[in-house]
Design a protein around this ligand. Structure first.
Ligand code: FIX
Ligand code: ZN
Length: 423
């Protein structure tokens, strides 16, 4: 007998959209901080408009040079970007359309000739209240930060035990350890760890002791690194040894997953600073070899190049310790989010983590999740409609279960707090 809450084909799209809208997400990769991390917690119109995605777009629509731009104050920079991208041009790009979506959701007029009205609005808010309001608007119940013990400002905040609310999970980022050992070991040495340039047995155990200290301090849900598009594993580099002798054993010992973010080409145009990074096609086989070599470690993986997405899905069919996540950075555009989500549903069902926001400014959660939900909903509806067309009695309960899994259950399961997931 067919279950009672079978969805009629004509009701399918509405049911999928409703389930997607009402299901809260865990945003597994952001650059956000709680209000207590003053100076690192970014929100408001000047930060929104100065987002590095928009800085990159400014130079296509203005004759200002990067040198001239960086000499301006933050509000002068925001005024310049607003005028060039929102007044003199139509906010068509995803990054500009995102600012418009945030302003409309907050009751602001995106067609103002300047930022006066918006600045007055944000000046009237308190960070704590606004964080709560934005998390509700975006239906984000928890998020994961990007915590860098090699950043002196952030390190000082953790060392003086700045309070961090429970819904702001930590992720221990270790780009310097794997991409700039010289810098990483200077920080370790300054903190009293006996490390040398060469990876002597003492250096390896001291580097592990450094990670153990920060794991105890942050209790991260995962350790993470971004890697260049030229990354290969294994090779003759220190990076391979650091992965094999320091990072992966540490993850296995603590039972903490490792997140691989692969495919960035840092500083292709250094004059643009954070806005100057690019993308390159990367070697998915390296991810397969890492998963094969480390069955005791769970890996999260996101790849920056569109051309790597299919192979990453196939790799995840081969390795159950590999969890593809998110449409990272230059992939976080509606048409590509839709494409990648469909591909993952077709190859991996509801077993992946479809999106993360990568938000650097709090308010961005509003548009990044509204736009992603729209595309994920479209992809999911399409997959279900094929199933229903073949005569499957799909229920509302199944839709809700699949959406909950993708929006939070799969991540909880992966990081070991699975009380919600259906696994
Ligand atoms: O490595 C990362 O976490 C990247 O997301 C950032 O470096 C990048 O600048 C960014 O903000 C992408 O959205
Ligand atoms: Zn990021």
């Amino acid at each position: 007998m067919a279950p009672i809450d079978v969805v009629a084909p004509a009701e399918l799209q509405r049911n999928v959209e409703e389930s997607i809208q009402r299901t809260p997400v865990i945003d597994i990769h952001t650059h956000l901080y709680p209000a207590s991390f003053r100076g690192l917690c970014l929100w408001g119109i000047d930060e929104l408009v100065n987002y590095h995605y928009l800085v990159a777009e400014l130079f296509r629509s203005s004759s200002v040079s990067p040198e001239q731009f960086w000499r301006l104050t933050k509000s002068q920079q925001a005024d310049l970007i607003w005028d060039a991208l929102f007044v003199k041009n139509t906010p068509l790009s995803e990054a500009t359309a995102g600012v418009v979506a945030v302003m409309v959701k907050l009751g602001l007029d995106p067609c103002q000739p300047n930022l006066k009205q918006a600045r007055e609005y944000f000046a009237s808010l308190s960070a704590e209240k606004h964080i709560e309001h934005v998390l509700n608007l975006a239906n984000v119940k928890e998020l994961v930060m990007t915590n860098d013990p090699f950043n002196p400002t952030e390190r000082a905040m953790w060392e003086r035990n700045e309070p961090c609310p429970g819904n702001f999970h930590r992720a221990l980022r270790m780009d310097p350890v794997l991409n700039d050992w010289g810098k990483a070991r200077q920080v370790m040495t300054a903190a009293g760890f006996k490390t040398s340039e060469d990876l002597t047995p003492q250096t390896v155990s001291e580097a592990r002791r450094f990670l153990d200290l920060w794991i105890a301090r942050l209790r991260p849900v995962y350790l993470a690194v971004s890697l260049p598009c030229t990354f290969t594993y294994p090779d003759e580099s220190q990076r391979t040894r650091l992965m094999r002798e320091v990072v992966f054993p540490t993850c296995e010992q603590h039972g903490i997953p490792f997140a691989l973010m692969i495919g960035v080409s840092r500083g292709v145009n250094p004059a643009l600073r954070d806005a100057g990074d690019g993308v390159g096609y990367a070697d998915t086989a390296s991810v397969e070899r890492i998963c094969l070599e480390n069955p005791g470690v769970r890996f999260l993986a996101t790849m920056l190049s569109r051309e790597n997405q299919h192979a990453l899905c196939v790799a995840a069919r081969k390795f159950s310790n590999l969890m593809p996540f998110g449409c990272w950075w230059f992939l976080n555009n509606p048409s590509i989010v839709r494409e990648i989500t469909s591909e993952r549903l077709e190859l991996l069902g509801a077993t992946t983590i479809p999106q993360h926001s990568d938000a650097r400014i709090l308010d961005q959660l509003i548009y990044k999740w509204a736009h992603s939900r729209r595309m994920i909903s479209g992809a999911l509806y399409e997959s279900y409609s094929h199933l229903v067309a073949d005569g499957y009695p799909l229920t509302r309960g199944q839709i809700d279960r699949d959406v909950e899994r993708m929006f939070s259950g799969n991540f909880r399961h992966w990081v070991g707090s699975a009380e919600h997931s259906a696994h």
